[in-house]
Design a protein around this ligand. Structure first.
Ligand code: ZN
Length: 255
């Protein structure tokens, strides 16, 4: 244990669940665990908070989590559901009186510069824009009093920079785990792992694949995340082995 908590801010796929324009049975909607915001994680360390991904639900997620500040943001990759909330970081920039440190690989840095050009442009005094201090993703770094290791996996054609903190690891979007990264993931207490849907997907583990990988890696508990509306929380958990559970928004995991 490193001391601290990992909070699942969002356990949903890129559309969120319920998804727009879809009708659901009342029983499905009655379980709050079937309401899934876009995939994101908050690491609460002894001396600060690290946000892992910053999707379009980030404002609601951080308000719900009671998060009053961030030391830095770790971006796993540049897909819209993981970075489109970055404008909302401006209030934290204002509060700390400086830019937000952002850890990201080079393709993700290019995405941020293309999508948020105003964050890098001069602005008149008195106008609040986000400011980013971008750091190229290292193998590991210290933040919030935690040692955060990067776990590199494949997410379709993209690289995905997951996180590992002590016996905890988080891989929300993954289609293949290279052998050297699998070695980092053996003997964990808790693994949070992509299981986007029931049918196979080119860029994600689907349900059967995620269960197979979870059993291979053998974490004491694996939580499946980045879930679409294929999954009813209670029904799905009833047919899983006890060490594999579904993540849900607001789930706290000790670090
Ligand atoms: Zn993605």
């Amino acid at each position: 244990m490193s001391g601290g908590t990992a909070t699942i801010l969002g356990s949903g796929t890129s559309t969120g669940v319920p998804s727009l324009g879809t009708s659901y049975p009342p029983d499905y909607l009655a379980d709050p665990r079937n309401h899934r915001m876009r995939a994101s994680l908050l690491l609460r360390g002894p001396s600060g908070n690290v946000l892992v991904d910053c999707g379009p639900d980030v404002r609601t997620q951080l308000l719900r989590a009671g998060c009053m500040g961030l030391e830095c943001v770790h971006l796993t990759h540049g897909h819209a559901d993981h970075i489109m909330g970055m404008d909302d970081l401006r209030t934290f920039c204002l509060k700390k009186g400086g830019p937000m440190r952002i850890y990201a690989d080079e393709p993700t840095q290019a995405d941020i510069q293309r999508i948020f050009p105003y964050a890098f442009a001069p602005f008149p005094e008195g106008i609040m824009v986000p400011r980013f201090d971008i750091v190229t993703m290292p193998d590991s770094y210290q933040a919030g009093g935690l040692t955060i290791e990067c776990v590199l996996v494949e997410h379709g054609p993209l690289a995905y920079c997951g996180v590992k903190v002590g016996g905890f690891a988080y891989l929300s979007d993954v289609s293949r785990i290279p052998a050297e990264s699998a070695a980092q993931l053996m003997g964990l207490d808790t693994l949070v792992l992509d299981a986007v849907r029931i049918r196979p997907h080119p860029n994600h583990f689907h349900f059967d694949k995620a269960v197979e990988v979870a059993l291979e890696l053998g974490a004491k508990t694996t939580y499946l995340t980045h879930l679409c509306d294929d999954f009813d929380h209670a029904e799905t958990e009833a047919r899983l082995p006890a060490q594999i559970r579904l993540a849900y928004d607001g789930l706290d995991i000790p670090l």
